[in-house]
Design a protein around this ligand. Structure first.
Ligand code: ADP
Length: 273
């Protein structure tokens, strides 16, 4: 199997040529396929009994009051929470494994990130209200479109906003800001939360990494959200990073290349005349 990589070469914005590289990826493709197949089989096998446990516990919890003692009800509720966390973990591991083995197809369509951010903020508003945090969105009047995968960009944004809410105390603020330069769109999620220690910053985007502090210990999480976000953003040709001051807050940012800069054949990997 040969894979063709092609990138435009520009001088001051004018297309002057194109670099084309052909690589034999037969062995890599087969290894990726096996890895992806293994992850989806394992995840399916794990999910089936979990669905059964979830259903049975829900059935017991729906019993009329008095039939279960308070202790029994409490243990069942704890079990239900664990089942839910395990289900989330399996979904995230499968997601990451697909992304890493390029088994997850990322769309390359024209995406208007303004309405997408509005929807994410609206979806998270209730959670922000419950936690007593002010969530706001700052959008310029006009934003250029990017070439990407709307569902996956939403997933990244949702993940960053959800983290910002999780790691910010009541009374804090979370602001989502979108802006664009000539070449890229930048999305920033700033919070006035607990911040991140300098020694943790380098490991934040690694799989399963969770900072060791009391807030992290008390809020649920898998340590996979940022690793998934990084894989998605980089898969779409962007970058993701964090700036943070402990005790003051954090700003997570990611960029995405503008649609107007993509060559017409860039997404389709077709031979160039
Ligand atoms: P999770 O939130 O499920 O633990 P993530 O991969 O999303 O996993 O985040 C990894 C770790 O990075 C978190 O456990 C937390 O320690 C830290 N973190 C992420 N976002 C923030 C934030 N906005 N403020 C402070 N710490 C954060």
């Amino acid at each position: 199997i040969l894979r063709l990589f092609s990138a435009p070469v520009r001088t001051e914005g004018t297309l002057i040529g194109r670099i084309v590289v052909l690589r034999d990826v037969t062995a890599e493709t087969e290894a990726d396929r096996l890895k992806s197949e293994f992850a989806s089989t394992v995840s399916h096998e794990l999910r089936t009994p979990l669905t059964a446990i979830h259903g049975n516990v829900a059935l017991l919890l729906s019993e009329r009051p008095g039939k279960l003692t308070d202790d029994q009800r409490e243990f069942l509720t704890l079990t239900q929470g664990s089942v839910q966390r395990l289900t989330e973990l399996i979904t995230e591991i499968l997601d990451l494994s697909k992304l890493e083995s390029s088994g997850l197809h990322l769309e390359r369509t024209s995406v208007d990130c303004g309405p997408l951010a509005q929807l994410v903020v609206k979806t998270m508003e209730e959670q922000a209200r419950t936690r007593g945090i002010e969530l706001s969105l700052s959008l310029p009047e006009k934003l250029p479109t990017v070439l990407g995968d709307a569902a996956r960009i939403s997933q990244v944004l949702m993940n960053l906003v959800s983290n910002a809410l999780k790691y910010t105390h009541t009374g804090g603020k979370v602001i989502v800001r979108l802006s664009a330069s000539e070449s890229q769109l930048t999305v920033r999620v700033a919070d006035t939360g607990i911040g991140i220690a300098p020694e943790d910053r380098g490991r934040l985007f690694a799989k399963f990494f969770r900072a060791d502090n009391s807030t992290t210990r008390s809020v649920g999480g898998t340590g996979l959200g940022l690793a998934i976000s990084k894989a998605i953003v980089e898969g779409l040709g962007g970058t993701i990073w964090v700036e943070s001051t402990p005790g003051i807050g954090s700003t997570f940012s990611f960029t995405l290349p503008l649609e107007s800069l993509a060559a017409p054949d860039e997404a389709r990997i077709a031979p160039h005349p």
